[in-house]
Design a protein around this ligand. Structure first.
Ligand SMILES: *Cc1c(COP(=O)(O)O)cnc(C)c1O
Length: 380
């Protein structure tokens, strides 16, 4: 296939996705523009209600972005300076950032090589009398192994805050047959509507899930300057609202989320089928106890130079991304704990071997065939 005949392959195609629902989106935006209710317009409440239903959660508190969602959650739980919060070291910086910002101590844990998620077996040894919370991240779209995590949390009286920014809509199956949706297993769940997330808006956006009515109330207050009644500030809060325009866009897009997830799974199935058996890559592991919403389709290279392979793909018109290049414990801002090279071997290995392939709702069979053919053609 000639590259010139094909349009540029993208990691994500937000324009293509928009064009399919352009009429609905444009109308929703127009409605907000004409109403001028840019802050806390009715669409914010409607979206929160629809999202709560979608996620089987009792309450949704919309906010300005996923990072704020995590911060509001930690503020609502009254975590105090010096309290320790456990999180995986293989994650986006936001998870650690809010912990540090609130004067809490991030306690990193290595991940499982297979699932990329926090290794439950390594949690117990890191728990101290100061440990107050645990933040599992459902990375790339598959749930962390929540059953053992919740058990440890229960035994040690720890809050569980789920970071489901990459896994909205993923379901986890417990050994007793119960199935719970990401964001519903801990006391609080935090997600993001960053444009490239599975449910993305056209700017920044985020939301918090909980089944606890008093926490929902408190988090709503924190997100709006600590007020329940306007100009009456009962607690110290922040300014973190979801814009009405973004809520209006999300109201439309939420209706398509299951279809988007289905499409992402079709893309993943195609990759699985056509990339099977290639000696120099390992395909994503599918956990038997979690569905996958494929925020990313992340392979691991084996025995080859990942960066050279990435460059080869790039030269052939196949984009790819590395999540994440530098492990958090080796980032300047988070090195203070005395960790160095070798502290978290699995995460360090992953930082040198992971590669995320193009994954979005608008991918065509032609693009997929081309990508797979190019990968197969690599001279390892
Ligand atoms: C995107 C993301 C966040 C932060 O969301 P923002 O809306 O960008 O603030 C937090 N955690 C993870 C794992 C993410 O992928």
């Amino acid at each position: 296939m000639e590259m010139t005949k094909m349009k540029e392959i993208k990691m994500v195609d937000l324009q293509g996705q928009y064009l399919r629902i352009k009429n609905e989106i444009d109308a929703a935006i127009q409605e907000v523009l004409m109403s001028t209710a840019f802050i806390q317009g009715p669409q914010v409440k409607f979206f929160a209600e629809d999202l709560a239903k979608y996620n089987h959660s009792a309450y949704v508190v919309p906010c300005a972005n996923g990072t704020d969602a995590l911060q509001i959650a930690m503020m609502a739980l009254d975590l105090k300076k010096g309290d320790e919060v456990i999180l995986p070291v293989h994650t986006y910086v936001a998870t650690a950032e809010v912990i540090a910002l609130l004067g809490l101590t991030p306690v990193f844990i290595d991940v499982e090589e297979k699932t990329f998620n926090i290794d439950p077996n390594q949690i117990k040894s890191k728990i101290t009398s100061k440990t107050k919370a645990l933040v599992p991240v459902h990375l790339y779209g598959q749930c962390a192994d929540m059953e053992p995590i919740l058990k440890i949390a229960h035994e040690n009286n720890l809050y569980v805050i789920e970071d489901l920014a990459q896994a909205l809509g993923a379901d986890y199956a417990f050994s007793n047959g119960a199935i719970k949706r990401a964001g519903n297993m801990g006391i609080i769940g935090c997600t993001s509507f960053f444009p490239s997330k599975n449910l993305g808006c056209y700017g920044d956006g985020g939301a918090i899930f909980t089944n606890d009515p008093s926490l929902a109330e408190k988090m709503k207050m924190i997100s709006t300057h600590g007020q329940k009644v306007k100009y009456q500030h009962d607690i110290v809060g922040i300014n973190s609202r979801l814009d009405t325009l973004q809520a209006a866009i999300l109201l439309v897009k939420l209706k398509y989320l299951d279809e988007y997830t289905r499409r992402r799974n079709e893309v993943a199935d195609h990759y699985d089928k056509h990339l099977a058996g290639i000696s120099f890559i390992e395909l994503p592991f599918r956990a038997s106890n979690s569905t996958h919403v494929f925020h990313q389709y992340t392979i691991k290279t084996k025995g080859i130079d990942r960066d050279r392979f990435k460059k080869y793909l790039q030269d052939k018109g196949v984009p790819s991304m590395i999540y994440y290049h530098i492990p958090l414990h080796l980032q300047k801002a988070y090195r203070q704990n005395g960790f160095g090279e070798g502290s978290f071997p699995v995460t360090e290995k992953l930082s040198k071997t992971v590669l995320s392939l193009p994954m979005h709702t608008e991918m065509t069979e032609d693009e997929l065939s081309y990508i797979c053919q190019i990968i197969k053609g690599y001279n390892a």
